[in-house]
Design a protein around this ligand. Structure first.
Ligand code: NAP
Length: 244
């Protein structure tokens, strides 16, 4: 039987590429998006062309009611969610002394409370059926910290702690919880970086390149597959050697 995956923030970047690779590997795909309706519709049509069983659901991961509605819509369509990819995220660059309370709350509400909401909503059914996989997207900055991104780094570090703790708690129910902590990836999130900043990042990366969304999607595909059944509570960091 085909497995169903929900990918949050699948309208653009890493989430979109993850949706494509999972569709190509025979998963039913639920695309969550927040504001990018047009991009989500385009992806939806692409997946339909690939003969994927796909649904797109609008929803703000910060909002528990919207998350529960989204999960129920997916249950009605597919009956189950086998794999949850918590990818939705926001970033911001600011001096620590300039971070407002709203800035702080935005990072934590989307990047970690969003994961809390989605996990709490899908876990009762996963625990009942004694199977499931949760893949949380953190960042290298959650491991090393990044200057001018204290709130982002702290929220992404929280994702790692969350992953490890939840993996211990739900392991006995045969649910794997893992974390992917990407390095610098060419998506809209890094569109503020000019050519010289990109060159500098490449020159500081042993492999000499920045990553693509596809590089991350490949790792998510592996963690979503049965090949990763013995892996839980881990942080895998595809980063070209930028952080070792
Ligand atoms: P992106 O291109 O900016 O895409 C972000 C996605 O998150 C969009 O699909 C957006 O949906 C969604 N999103 C934002 N707020 C949301 C909300 N409240 N509810 C639901 N969805 C929401 O970013 P990306 O580079 O692909 O990043 C994806 C993940 O990878 C993030 O968690 C990010 O922190 C992490 N990451 C990225 C990099 C990098 O270098 N790019 C490195 C490390 C980690 P809409 O457009 O529909 O609003």
């Amino acid at each position: 039987m085909k497995k169903t995956v929900l990918i949050t923030g699948a309208s653009r970047g890493i989430g979109r590429e993850t949706a494509k690779i999972l569709a190509a590997n025979n998963f039913n795909v639920a695309i969550n998006y927040y504001k990018s309706e047009e991009e989500a519709e385009k992806l939806y049509c692409q997946l339909l062309d690939m003969k994927c069983d796909v649904i797109k659901v609008q929803g703000d991961v910060r909002n528990r009611v919207q998350v529960d509605n989204m999960i129920n819509i997916i249950y009605r369509r597919f009956g189950n969610i086998d794999i949850l990819v918590n990818n939705a995220g926001v970033a911001q660059q600011k001096l620590f002394t300039d971070i407002s309370e709203d800035d702080w709350n935005l990072m934590f509400d989307v990047n970690i409370k969003g994961i809390f909401n989605c996990c709490q909503s899908v876990l009762p059914k996963m625990i009942n059926s004694k199977k499931g996989k949760i893949i949380n997207i953190s960042s290298i900055w959650g491991i090393t910290g990044s200057s001018c991104e204290v709130h982002y780094s702290a929220s992404k570090a929280a994702v790692i702690g969350f992953t490890k703790a939840l993996a211990k708690e739900v392991g006995p129910s045969n649910i794997q919880v893992n974390c992917v902590a990407p390095g610098i990836i060419e998506t809209d999130m890094n569109s503020h970086l000019d050519a010289s900043a990109m060159e500098e990042l490449k020159s500081n990366t042993p492999l000499g390149v920045v990553g693509s969304a596809r590089d991350i999607a490949e790792v998510v595909l592996f963690l979503a597959s049965n090949k990763a059944n013995f892996i839980t509570g881990q942080v895998i960091s595809p980063n070209g050697g930028f952080v070792i």
